[in-house]
Write a protein that binds this ligand. Sequence first.
Ligand code: DSN
Length: 423
Amino acid sequence: MQTMSNLMQQSLAEIDPQVAAAIEAEELRQQETLELIASENHVSRAVRQAAGSVFTNKYAEGYPGRRYYGGCVNMDTVEELARQRACELFSAEHANVQPHSGASANIAVFLAALQPGETVLSLDLAHGGHLSHGLKVNISGAIYNCVSYGVDAETERIDMDNVRALARQHKPRLLIAGFSAYPRQLDFEAFADIAREVGARLLCDIAHIAGLVAAGEHPSPVPHADFTTTTTHKTLRGPRGGLILCKGDDARLVDKWVFPGSQGGPLMHIITAKAVAFGEALRPDFKTYQKQIVSNARALSEALAGHGYRLVSGGTDNHLMLVDLRAVHPDLTGKQAEAWLETANIICNKNMIPFDERKPTQTSGLRLGTPALTTRGMGTAEMTAVAGLIHEVLSSDGSEAALLGVRGKVREMCSQFPLCHDE
Ligand code: DSN
């Protein structure tokens, strides 16, 4: 019989060939596909090393210097580094780096800012909002009274006069500025003005644009918001996780509603990886990277428009775009387009466009983003080529020969921009 000590020494491939094979297959899939999901990225080797470190072994409930377990000296070091670096990166007074995800960060803020049943005003999910901003099937919508604003039917942009009118009408206790599918900048100052007028607190959820904000490629909400939340794994290019920033006056309230309010033991290996990612984001080359993300998004959207596609709101100011397929392919759903593109090794997600007549499971649009391709080193010339490949797929009528032909070209392109997966 195998002893425990033998088992503890063995490699993953020896101990679990099935899982090892799945990891290897995933490394290959990522290497050979163009990742255009706007919320995804490829982290550095250093971030992966930190996330896979021995910090996974430890309980550290509480906060640096105030833990419920012994043996937390190194936990305090990394959590303090993560907190300080997050504050420096975003010029924030206080950071809580423990939220397991963006949704966990948001619910902690809801708990800190609201009593059950109180009103929240946020962007409609069908117009680019997020489920943790008050969707009925999410805890945020189950416990709180959520009303929404949408985008203007003509401009497909958020109309701040409309937000103000709805805020005056519904008198929310919490106003949310944030999205998962909106290609334009948010006017955080205007949101803060509205929140002040109606006596609401302001939550800015910058999950998608955190990297842009950190690099000065999008105005920061931090001076204006009561609470700023984000994920750490999108444009910020860290491990999967969440983060809350707030003023010093709210620090204790936020910390209390993260732990013990809504979470137990923090994921210390992930907090360690967050510290590494924030350190990477403080380096000058991160600004260059974020600038390139935005240039690439503009180049991709312009090239798609050149092939006849309609971009929601006419284009993009950030890292993502919403492509309305109907102008070129009236009968093609987002669902079908996503599947054809995947066969051709181009990965993206179907997405509702504002006022979409199709169901969320079908959609008339695609959401595309450039953070992951930019991480690989691709530039605007490659974006023009990617737009051409997308158009080839969407015009193929699903012909297998055509899709496999594009797959070959995608593989060739990916081989020119290798990912670093070796340990
Ligand atoms: N699932 C994320 C996105 O794709 O935008 C939001 O949580």
